[in-house]
Ligand binder design. Structure first.
Ligand code: LLP
Length: 434
């Protein structure tokens, strides 16, 4: 198991361990389905970024945690302690951060369609920087800033025209994307000029994000070059030099033991070398570099525990193992066909020879955690299963479909456990019904 991530192991009882703790004990204490989050791993992942940023990028460069990966109060406190800012995309995320005591001047506000109400709420709460995506937004932010008598920092989201090769639904950098303004069509130039003309706005630089879970070797390098060429050509025409260049989401993570490993520090070192060389060629002063990792901060810090219910053998066809969660706590297979490693947590050393689909308990066939899983032949009602690497885009995308309450999040650190988000109750489910 440690082949997937070093926080996974097996103890003498044959139970899966996570962050050094017995998952069977945790299931007994907190019940299932259960999200576990390894706080020490989150901090380690944060430090991998902050240390490399300090080593390789100019002063003012910073790491923002993309809250969409997993947003709840405690995570904002942890990333703030680790010196990260935040990428937030909604009033809900802003409000959660605020309640957690997060300094919102370190927050960058995204979204391809910020409503007037969103903009008012964000300016009122002192969100540090808006990442604007259109002429309408530029004007609306300028108006809200004027109403408050402030000068608001903004960045512009640019579409660099790069295909990162990831799931289509999370690819965002191509010219025809719903996000950003394209360089190719000349719109990026026009919107930048408009932003510069607004007295109430301080344009700090540019943003781009070409996709998530990107493993193409040189996507960040290629993107940085396209962006720097845009920055230089804009400077040549309009005399504006950007202070910040935000390259968007972070690097991909390993979901399966066979996925390739990489050194984050080495990747960032290579990226900084390309940025340095390109700036030199373009005679452009090196901007501060920002990145917004979400997945690579929290994914491998997460594990979901389920209890097996029905084991259905259809002789000559296939087998199903049903668990007490499903697409309501992890919709990633249903949405993208995304695969998580699924293993027995109660019998982690048994030979894995029983081929089955691990499915949830919602009333639709697409409610699948993973197809073609190998489990012990003896798998039966009451056994524990674990879905690995579920720290990102699981809880944050969970739903109450079929009126299923969402599981709690239990944080693990230094051999101790504590509830960070409590389990939803049936009463929670009816609280809005009149
Ligand atoms: N910045 C922007 C502007 C983004 O749109 C995203 C992700 C990130 C940063 C963070 O990217 P990361 O470091 O996590 O790769 N629900 C999908 C992922 C959607 C990603 C959306 N944007 C999934 O489950 O894979």
């Amino acid at each position: 198991m440690a082949a997937l991530c070093e926080n996974l192991g097996v103890n003498e009882a044959g139970h899966l361990t996570f962050a050094g703790q017995d998952t069977a004990e945790l299931a007994k204490q907190y019940a299932t389905p259960l999200y576990l989050l390894d706080e020490d791993r989150i901090r380690k992942n944060c430090r991998a970024y902050t240390e490399a940023f300090r080593a390789y990028f100019p002063a003012g460069s910073r790491v923002l945690y993309a809250a969409k990966a997993n947003a709840f109060a405690e995570i904002f406190r942890i990333v703030q302690q680790e010196g990260l800012g935040a990428d937030v995309v909604s009033c809900g995320e802003i409000y959660t951060a605020k309640k957690a005591g997060f300094d919102l001047s370190n927050a960058y506000f995204h979204s391809n369609n910020k409503t007037d109400e969103d903009i008012r709420f964000a300016t009122e709460n002192g969100v540090g920087c808006f990442v604007a995506e259109s002429e309408e937004e530029i004007l609306a932010i300028a108006q809200a800033a004027a109403a408050r008598g402030i000068r608001q920092k903004v960045m512009l989201r640019i579409t660099p025209g790069i295909d990162p090769h990831t799931y289509e639904a999370i690819s965002t950098g191509k010219v025809d994307s719903k996000f950003g303004v394209a360089i190719e069509t000349g719109q990026a130039d026009a919107v930048t000029a408009l932003a510069l003309a607004q007295q109430q706005l301080e344009l700090v630089g540019f943003h781009c994000h070409v996709g998530s879970q990107v493993f193409d070797e040189d996507v960040f390098e290629r993107t940085a070059v396209v962006m720097l060429e845009f920055l230089a050509s804009f400077r040549d025409h309009y005399g504006y030099t950007a202070k910040e260049l935000n390259l968007g989401g972070g690097y991909g993570v390993r979901y399966l033991p066979d996925d390739p490993s990489y050194s984050l520090s080495e990747k960032l070192r290579q990226l900084s070398a390309v940025i340095g060389k390109t700036c030199e060629k373009l005679a452009y002063p090196q901007p501060a570099i920002l990145m917004e990792p979400g997945r690579s901060i929290v994914a491998d810090a997460g594990l979901t525990l389920y209890t097996v219910g029905t084991v259905k053998r259809i002789a000559g066809y296939k087998n199903y193992v049903s668990v007490d969660g499903g697409m309501t706590d992890n919709p990633r297979f249903a949405l993208y066909g995304a695969i998580h490693e699924v293993v027995s947590a109660s019998d982690a050393l048994a030979p894995r020879t029983f081929r089955c689909d691990v499915v949830g308990r919602c009333c639709e066939s697409g409610d699948v955690i993973r197809t073609d899983v190998l489990l012990p032949e003896t798998v039966q009602r009451g056994d524990l299963l674990a879905a690995c690497t579920t720290g990102a885009y699981n809880y944050s995308m969970a739903s109450n479909y079929n009126r299923v309450p969402r599981p709690p999040i239990v944080m693990l650190s230094g051999g101790k456990s504590r509830v960070a988000v409590r389990r939803e109750t049936l009463e929670d489910l009816v609280q809005y019904d009149l």
